[in-house]
Ligand binder design. Structure first.
Ligand code: IMP
Ligand code: MG
Length: 173
């Protein structure tokens, strides 16, 4: 079955250009150091895959899965670890990568977890930032696009576990 998609919000070209740009900035900021990219699944898998290929540093990559929202649109407000970080990260410079920061509850949880595991520095990189609904005190260090309070899908972001493979970002409604 084909996926019919309307309301394109951010095109593939815009994403490619911005991801390249953010990758260059990260490479400059961490120059001469090694980073550990922590990609949060499942939402950030496409973004992280594109981003790390634009980062010119010694880079290790790990994945972590946290529980997603019950109905995917409203935060349950509590986060659980489904699959934890597979590596020892104490003393490492960790860059947490996610698809979108909405309430910030997920990122706040992951940030505190990474901190408790002894990372020597932690920065946050998000594809999308939806600051209107923020509940936690979270501010990304790197953000590709700030968006208004609309539900968006594509480029890793899902609705009902579909549309992650759409290569651009569109408004769901
Ligand atoms: P937060 O904990 O409220 O910041 O939510 C972060 C998670 O909510 C993201 O990793 C997404 O899985 C999901 N999410 C929030 N807004 C959207 C959206 O507009 N589209 C798809 N998923 C979203
Ligand atoms: Mg997610």
């Amino acid at each position: 079955m084909e996926q019919s998609v309307e309301n394109v919000l951010i095109t593939r070209e815009e994403i490619n250009q911005k991801v390249k740009n953010i990758g260059q900035i990260i490479s400059e900021d961490y120059k001469g150091r090694e980073i550990y990219v922590l990609s949060l699944l499942r939402g950030s898998f496409i973004f992280a895959a594109d981003l790390v290929r634009e980062i010119n540093l010694q880079t290790r990559i790990g994945f972590m899965t946290t529980s997603s929202y019950g109905n995917e649109e409203v935060s349950a407000g509590s986060v659980k670890i489904i699959n934890d970080i597979p590596d020892k990260i104490s003393g490492l410079d960790v860059l947490i990568v996610d698809d979108i920061i909405d309430t910030g509850i997920t990122m706040d949880f992951v940030y505190k977890h990474v901190k408790a595991l002894g990372a020597s520095s932690i920065k946050i990189c998000t594809l999308l930032d939806k600051p209107d609904r923020r509940l936690a005190n979270i501010h990304p260090d790197y953000c590709c696009f700030k968006i208004p309070d609309v539900f968006v899908v594509g480029y890793g972001l899902n609705f009902g576990d579909y549309y992650r493979n759409v290569p651009y970002i569109f408004n769901w409604k």
